[in-house]
Design a protein around this ligand. Structure first.
Ligand SMILES: Cc1cc2nc3c(=O)[nH]c(=O)nc-3n(C[C@H](O)[C@H](O)[C@H](O)COP(=O)(O)OP(=O)(O)OC[C@H]3O[C@@H](n4cnc5c(N)ncnc54)[C@H](O)[C@@H]3O)c2cc1C
Length: 440
């Protein structure tokens, strides 16, 4: 049985892999349908299908220009492997999501965003070019200027246009492996959004929200605002080797938790302890990049905490003009439901890009985890209607249940994407459970 990170849905599938372009080409041509899979960190069914092609064996670095900060590698290389090489040489990923345990191919196919989206944009903003193997057996290099249609359909295209084989990405120069972070307590949602506005020029921002709170404390949160620390800031903090990362030890969740372990009382206790830890209203300190960007990676297999039935992450974005009202209404609805999320993250997103079905739009995005239960899906359908009414959409890489109608209504480029996909993949070879559900 195989599943995405949410352990829902779990399916039986034929999983194959190959480590050369020719073998991958032959494999693709031997199947009626296939979907590429990276490191399976997408939560739902976007990398699941009856035939799954693992891209992990494509794990070679091809070139690293450490003067210009340009890296060329195969699509199965993990972001963690890239960081291990580039950080000691004074470079960092221009865009990184909240886990480094994903492949370059997965980062492109989901056009992932990080804490700097309001300034830097999504992963594709740092993508110089890539090579994509089409269902015809032809490999095409594309970039924002060359074969741009393929580029904008493949970035965010969830593996449905072809197999990303190789990519060339632009890195960001840094002076240290540390982040200077400020944590600020926000009384409620409105206060949190004011803090985001005040910190708009700070390169890295996100807030952790306690979504069990009600009334005037609804949206009580902690905002994290940071930047890559300078050599000077490291010295002041007593760090002698600024480019040597200080990676925290990993812990593990040894088995699936029983589902009663995650009732609303335990969620309340968890939320309260995190908020209490930040007793000062504002705190400033220096932390390793791992602590700042990837706190969840330090708990190996933390997804098991949701038990055997698994969970889904509901991540939506609302446009700037309706964010305050819409997120307030949705949080109220979640709080009333008592189905409380273990983890809720609020981020400000910047401008939309040209990719046909990339998730980000200018506004705020909220991500919440929900353990799978009988009551859950009707409830999420209700949230979907609210998201649509406020002009928003749901993130495909987290999704396991959105309807085709919701996809078409909320992604403006959906129709163009579907038409283009079928133009270059006439027999609809690249197919996932998600693409079938969404009528792609
Ligand atoms: C703890 C955690 C935190 C996260 N935080 C964030 C975040 O902050 N921001 C964010 O945007 N995302 C976030 N994510 C989601 C994650 O970044 C994406 O789901 C990412 O796409 C996973 O990459 P992967 O290599 O595991 O790909 P998979 O999950 O295996 O696949 C994801 C999609 O990419 C396609 N794909 C994979 N490889 C290729 C390839 N070579 N060619 C073509 N298509 C391919 C698959 O078909 C599938 O549609 C987070 C996930 C976790 C578990």
């Amino acid at each position: 049985m195989i599943s995405g990170w949410g352990n829902y849905p779990k399916i039986n599938a034929n999983i194959v892999s190959a480590d050369t372009e020719t073998d991958i080409k032959n494999l693709i041509q031997s199947f009626d349908s296939v979907i590429p899979m990276g490191n399976a960190r997408s939560y739902g069914d976007s990398a699941l299908g009856s035939n799954i092609l693992s891209i992990l064996p494509l794990n070679h670095f091809l070139d690293f220009n450490s003067t210009e900060g340009i890296l060329e590698c195969e699509a199965g290389v993990l972001l963690s492997e890239i960081l291990d090489v580039i950080v000691p040489q004074g470079w960092f990923l221009s865009v990184t999501p909240g886990t480094k345990l994903i492949t370059v191919g997965g980062a492109i196919a989901s056009d992932v965003h990080g804490k700097d989206h309001h300034i830097q944009g999504a992963f594709s903003s740092s993508l110089i070019s890539m090579e994509v193997l089409l269902s015809t057996g032809k490999t095409v290099r594309c970039s924002p200027k060359t074969n741009a249609e393929l580029f904008h359909a493949t970035c965010g295209g969830m593996g449905l246009t072809g197999i990303i084989l190789r990519a060339s990405i632009k890195l960001k120069k840094v002076e240290s492996a540390f982040i200077k972070q400020k944590t600020i307590k926000a009384k409620n949602l409105r206060h949190a959004m004011e803090l985001f506005e005040e910190n708009k020029k700070v390169p890295l921002t996100m807030a952790w929200i306690d979504c069990m709170k009600r009334g005037k404390n609804l949206g009580r949160s902690i905002l994290y605002a940071g930047h890559h620390a300078t050599v000077e800031e490291c010295r002041e903090a007593g760090i002698q080797n600024p480019l040597t990362p200080n990676i925290p030890a990993k812990r593990t969740v040894p088995f699936n938790f029983p589902s009663f372990a995650l009732n609303s009382l335990s969620v309340r206790a968890f939320n309260f302890s995190v908020y209490r830890k930040h007793f000062a209203k504002i705190r400033e300190n220096l932390v390793s990049y791992d602590t700042f960007f990837y706190p969840l990676d330090s708990i190996y297999l933390w997804n098991r905490i949701y038990g055997k039935r698994g969970f889904t992450q509901y991540q939506f974005v609302l446009p700037m003009k309706s964010s305050a009202e819409g997120i307030d209404a949705i949080l109220k609805r979640i709080s009333k439901s008592g189905m409380g999320s273990f983890l809720a993250v609020l981020k400000q997103l910047g401008k939309e890009n040209k990719n046909l079905i990339s998730f980000p739009m200018e506004g705020y995005t909220l991500a919440l985890d929900f353990p799978i239960s009988k009551k859950l899906f009707p409830f999420l359908n209700e949230l979907d209607r609210m998201v649509i009414d406020y002009g928003g959409r749901i993130y495909l890489t987290k999704d396991a249940r959105m309807s085709a109608a919701m996809f078409r209504r909320s992604y403006k480029g959906a129709e163009k994407f579907i038409n283009y996909k079928h133009k270059i993949d006439k027999n609809n070879i690249f197919k996932s459970l998600q693409s079938e559900r969404l009528g792609i």
